[in-house]
Design a protein around this ligand. Structure first.
Ligand code: FAD
Length: 526
C-alpha cells in the first residue's frame, strides 16, 4: 500500500490503527488480522473506481477499498470499526458489487468500500456449489460477490439454472438481493429475493450469521430488499430448476394501450400462468417515433421490417411492444409451437406485427450483453444514466400512460432510450421482506433507462421530476424501485407502514449505522 498518496485523514487513521494491532504479542479483543493491511487499497485507480458508479452522476471518495479474500476479512473490518474503545469510529462501510447502482448507493465517502467481486475471485467466497436436498430440491450456494452470469454458467454444467433473473447478468448476487432482482420471469417465479432459501450475513456488529425463514428469520427478511442496510451478504442459497435448452422469443406490437395491458395482464394471470405450457417471461416496452425500432439493449426486429415499423410509429407516435418468451427442451420441442398458439389465442396485437426468434437459453438470458459490448466499443457505456424505475399500481396504469407517456415523454421528445413496462403479481412478493411494492394485486414496473451526455443529464432529471409531480398531483401512488431519496420524510413515505420496522431492524442489526451510507437513509452526513 502506498500510504504517501493518501491525504484523507480517515485512511491514515485506519491504517495506523490497523498497524498498531499487528505484531503485538497480545492483540486487543477486536484486533485485525495482519493480512488485512495488505487488502486495504488506497491507490488512485482503485479509489477512483470506487468513487463512481454506472449512473456517472454521483461521486464520493472513500478512504480505502478492501479486497477481502474471505468473509472473515470483512467481519474483522466491521468489528474493528465497531470497537467501542476508539472514539473516532465508526466510519462507514459499503459493500460494492459491480457498482451498477445509478446514484452512489454503493459508495462510502471517507469510509471503506468492500469490493465484493474480490471476494468472488478468492476460493473463500467464490464457490458456486450445486446441491440437492429432499426438502429444497436443487439449489446453489453462491458467494455474495458472484456475478449472476457466473452462477448461470456453473449451474448449467449440472443441467440446472435459477428461475428468476434480471435482464442483465453482470450484476452481483448480493447487489440484486439488496434490491429485489426483477425481470420478465418475476410474474411467475417472483423476484430474485423470493427465490433464496438461506444466507450468510455479516451484521453491523461484525457477527457472521446464517439466516433463513427458520433461523434468524428477522435478519433474513431484513436483508432481502434491505438496500444494504442490515448486513453484508457473503453467501446466498438460491433455488434451482431444470434448465431449458432453447427459447421461443416473441414480440408483438400494439397501437392501443388498453389492448396491450389487457393482454399483458391476461398472460400473467392465474389462467395464463399456472397451466402447463404457460409463458416463462413477459415484458413490454415503448417504441417511439423519434427513436429507432431497436435499442442498444437488443437488436430484435429484422432489418427488412424496419420500414413497416417506422411507418407504424409515424402514424401512432407511440407503439407498445409486448415481449414474451417460452422455454423448451428436447422433451417439449414438439409441443412448444402448439402451446404458444394456444397462449396467443385471443390476443389483440396488430396481426401483421408479430416477430419471433428461436435462440439458445443462454443467449436469451444474456441478451443485454451484446448491447453493452457495442456501446463500450463506441465509448457510450460509461456515460451518465439518470434512470428512474417505478412500480405503478394496475388501477392507475392507464392514467400513467396518458399523463406520463403521452403528455410528458412524447411531448418533451428527449427520451430516445429504452422505456420498459410490464406487470407482476404481488402474491409472488413476501411482505416480510424489506422491499416495497404498491398495495395492489397487480402492479407494473416502468423503467426509464436514459443515457445522456455528461453535460445534459439534468434535462432527464427534470423530466423525471416532472413525471413524479404529475403522479403526485394525480394521486397515482407509485413506489420507487432502486430508490434514491434525500431526506427522511421521503424515505418514511416510501416505506409507508414498513418504516418503523425498517428503523427497528437497523437499530438491531447495524446499531452504529455503518452500512451503505450511499443510500442516504440513516447516515446521510457520513
Ligand atoms: P451495487 O450497485 O454495487 O450495490 C447496490 C447496493 O447493494 C449498495 O447499497 C451496496 O452497498 C449493496 N450491496 C452490494 N453488495 C452487497 C452485499 N453482498 N451485501 C449487502 N449489500 C450489498 N435490476 C433489476 O432488478 N432488474 C434488471 O433487469 C436490471 N437490469 C440492469 C441493467 C443494467 C445495465 C444495470 C446497470 C443495472 C440493472 N439493474 C437491474 C439494477 C441492479 O439490480 C442494481 O444496480 C443492483 O444494485 C445490482 O448491481 P450491483 O451488483 O452492481 O450492486
Amino acid at each position: 500500500v502506498n500510504y504517501s498518496i493518501v491525504s484523507n485523514f480517515m485512511v491514515v487513521f485506519i491504517i495506523s490503527r490497523l498497524l498498531s494491532t499487528v505484531g503485538k504479542s497480545k492483540p486487543p479483543a477486536h484486533s485485525l488480522p495482519s493480512k488485512l493491511s495488505n487488502m486495504l487499497r488506497t491507490d488512485p485507480d482503485t479509489i477512483s473506481a470506487a468513487s463512481a458508479d454506472f449512473g456517472n452522476i454521483v461521486r464520493e471518495t472513500p478512504a480505502a477499498v478492501l479486497h477481502p479474500s474471505c468473509p472473515e476479512d470483512i467481519a474483522a473490518l466491521v468489528r474493528f470499526v465497531c470497537d467501542g474503545s476508539n472514539p473516532s469510529v465508526p466510519f462507514a462501510i459499503a459493500a460494492r458489487g459491480r457498482g451498477h447502482s445509478v446514484r452512489g448507493q454503493a459508495m462510502a465517502r471517507g469510509g471503506v468500500v468492500v469490493d465484493m467481486t474480490a471476494l468472488a475471485r478468492h476460493r473463500g467466497g467464490a464457490a458456486i456449489a450445486v446441491s440437492w436436498s429432499r426438502l429444497l430440491g436443487h439449489y446453489a450456494d453462491v458467494g455474495g460477490g458472484q456475478l449472476w452470469r457466473d452462477v448461470l454458467e456453473e449451474t448449467l454444467r449440472h443441467g440446472l439454472a435459477p428461475v428468476s433473473w434480471t435482464d442483465y447478468l453482470y450484476l452481483t448476487v448480493g447487489g440484486t438481493l439488496s434490491n429485489a432482482g426483477i425481470s420478465g420471469q418475476t410474474f411467475r417465479y417472483g423476484p430474485q429475493i423470493s427465490n433464496v432459501y438461506e444466507m450468510d450475513v455479516i451484521t453491523g456488529t461484525g457477527e457472521l450469521m446464517t439466516c433463513s425463514p427458520d433461523k434468524n428469520p428477522e435478519l433474513f427478511y431484513s436483508v432481502l430488499g434491505g438496500l444494504g442496510q442490515f448486513g453484508i451478504i457473503t453467501r446466498a442459497r438460491i433455488a434451482l430448476d431444470r434448465a431449458p435448452k432453447r427459447v421461443k422469443w416473441v414480440r408483438m406490437l400494439y397501437s392501443d394501450f388498453s389492448a396491450f395491458t389487457t393482454d399483458q395482464e391476461h398472460l400473467i394471470s392465474k389462467n395464463g400462468r399456472d397451466q402447463d405450457g404457460a409463458l416463462d417471461y413477459v415484458e413490454g416496452l415503448l417504441l417511439m417515433h423519434k427513436g429507432p425500432p431497436d435499442s442498444w439493449r437488443s437488436s430484435f426486429f429484422p432489418r427488412s421490417d424496419h420500414p413497416g415499423i417506422v411507418s407504424l410509429l409515424n402514424r401512432h407516435k407511440i407503439v407498445y411492444c409486448l415481449e414474451v418468451a417460452k422455454y423448451y427442451d428436447d422433451l417439449t420441442q414438439n409441443t412448444v409451437n402448439k402451446d404458444l398458439e394456444n397462449l396467443f389465442q385471443g390476443l389483440s396485437h396488430i396481426p401483421e406485427f408479430v416477430f419471433q426468434k428461436d435462440v439458445a437459453y443462454v443467449d436469451f438470458l444474456d441478451r443485454v450483453r451484446e448491447g453493452e459490448l457495442k456501446l463500450t466499443a463506441q465509448g457510450l457505456w460509461d456515460v451518465p444514466h439518470p434512470w428512474l424505475n417505478l412500480f405503478v399500481p394496475k388501477s392507475r396504469i392507464s392514467d400513467f400512460n396518458d399523463g406520463v407517456f403521452k403528455d410528458i415523454i412524447l411531448e418533451r421528445s428527449i427520451t430516445t432510450g429504452t422505456v420498459l413496462i410490464y406487470p407482476m403479481n404481488r402474491n409472488k412478493w413476501d411482505d416480510r421482506m424489506s422491499a416495497v411494492v404498491p398495495d395492489e394485486d397487480v402492479f407494473y414496473t416502468v423503467g426509464f433507462l436514459h443515457s445522456s451526455g455528461f453535460d445534459d443529464w439534468q434535462r432527464f432529471d427534470l423530466q423525471n421530476k416532472e413525471l413524479l409531480s404529475f403522479c403526485e398531483d394525480a394521486g397515482i401512488e407509485v413506489k420507487h424501485y432502486l430508490p434514491n431519496f434525500g431526506n427522511e420524510q421521503e424515505w418514511t413515505r416510501h416505506f409507508g407502514s414498513k418504516w418503523r420496522t425498517f428503523c427497528n431492524r437497523k437499530t438491531r442489526f447495524d446499531p452504529k449505522m455503518i452500512f451503505s451510507p450511499g443510500q442516504r437513509i440513516f447516515n446521510r452526513n457520513q
